[in-house]
Design a protein around this ligand. Structure first.
Ligand SMILES: [Zn+2]
Length: 397
């Protein structure tokens, strides 16, 4: 589903102009109309293309200045002088039709707002386009990220999946979907006014390779955007410090951090997370008897019950899935030994059973940067390994 935002509004407009205008030129004209002159030096092609490419939201400074009466007048002038006369006459109905559809089909727009925009479309077109654009600026422009690429995992781990500046969670579950709200940010920024460059270089000169991981830090979209739009030496100093701390803490954050965990475990977690616990598949597995597990003293009632409940429901389901992995010549024994090693490490440090159980769940979650929605699946998997011998020792009577 395509939503109304700055990039979709601009793209649609560009496609319906009679003359071929360069995307960045259009973006520059619009940004210049809605911001004070002192900001215009920022609007160089590389900066403007971030918004066309939907890798950033519109900076809040730009949104704020777009609402002043002067900005509105300038924007109106811009549309009536340059855009309306240049809309391809053959495509004019297509253009407004598509724009109205974009608005109608966008579930994130409240019905009242849709109605008021549709009403405007019947009047002066410059006013209509200006209003739609002003509204589109406020919408999420950055494209949703639903997958991590491998390069970003270490950077996310360094900041413990939280924005180091504002402490916002960088991974969230929205309507059952895991979404990532971070932007890999250059500590020495990519766009720097020449007057600031000297001050920056005094603190720490520009790195030889600005694309190197040492010059990057994971921030939430908002903090990253603010820094991109308005870099300050104060924030530069702060980010340098945060990067230093994050590398140090990332290395020592957990005794388990250095232990590997097979990617295959994620397959199982995915299956578990997407399986209906009341479905027939699970019910059939539940019918099979299970040997009693005698590893946790009976007075640890809650842990005994958790592990028993998990295994009664899911043991055979997981075992079946594991045998499918093995049939594909997978390395399930490796997973088992990884879990066993992690368990032995925790046990040797003198942790009690509850701590070990929780630490193993956290370890699985952290290793694969899983969102909170995987927590149930992760504890089911740890319970499985308790039952199947890798975790905890049998109590001898
Ligand atoms: Zn932040």
């Amino acid at each position: 589903m395509i939503n109304l935002c700055y990039a979709t509004f601009m793209q649609l407009m560009k496609e319906h102009l009679a003359h071929d205008v360069e995307a960045n030129q259009l973006g520059k004209d619009i940004f210049e109309a809605i911001t004070p002159d002192s900001e215009h030096y920022k609007f160089i092609p590389q900066y403007l293309s971030l918004f066309w490419a939907r890798t950033r939201n519109i900076p809040s400074d730009i949104i704020t200045s777009s609402t002043t009466p002067e900005s509105k007048t300038q924007l109106l002038d811009y549309f009536s002088t340059f855009i309306i006369p240049d809309i391809n006459p053959v495509l004019v109905d297509d253009y407004y039709g598509k724009l109205e559809n974009l608005i109608s089909n966008d579930d994130s727009i409240q019905p009242r707002r849709k109605n008021s925009l549709h009403k405007l479309s019947e009047g002066d077109k410059s006013k209509y386009l200006a209003e739609v654009l002003l509204y589109a600026l406020t919408k999420q422009n950055k494209e949703e990220v639903t997958k991590l690429d491998l390069d970003t995992i270490p950077l996310l781990a360094q900041v413990d999946q939280k924005c180091p500046v504002c402490h916002e969670d960088l991974i969230k579950t929205v309507k059952g979907k895991t979404l990532y709200f971070f932007t890999i940010t250059r500590i020495y920024p990519e766009f720097l006014d020449s007057s600031l460059k000297d001050e920056y270089d005094v603190i720490k000169p520009k790195p030889a390779n600005p694309d190197d991981i040492t010059n990057k830090i994971c921030l939430c979209d908002t903090c990253s955007l603010n820094y991109l739009h308005t870099p300050t030496t104060a924030m530069y100093t702060r980010l340098l410090k945060l990067k230093k701390i994050s590398i140090f803490e990332g290395a020592a954050s957990s005794t388990l951090a250095k232990y590997e965990l097979e990617e295959k475990i994620v397959d199982i977690l995915d299956k578990l997370a997407s399986t209906d616990p009341e479905g027939t598949l699970i019910k059939d597995f539940r019918m099979k008897p299970l040997d009693p597990c005698n590893k946790i003293p009976k007075d640890n009632y809650l842990l005994v019950k958790t592990i028993k409940d998990d295994n009664e429901a899911y043991f055979w389901f997981i075992k079946d899935h594991i045998s499918q992995l093995d049939a594909n010549k997978s390395s399930f024994p490796i997973i088992a030994s990884e879990i066993k090693t992690a368990f032995l490490k925790l046990e040797s440090e003198g942790h009690d059973q509850n701590e070990i159980y929780e630490a193993l769940i956290d370890w699985i979650m952290n290793k694969h940067l899983l969102s909170a929605s995987y927590k149930d699946a992760a504890h089911i998997v740890v319970s499985y390994f308790v039952q199947s011998c890798e975790v905890f020792n049998e109590i001898t009577e």
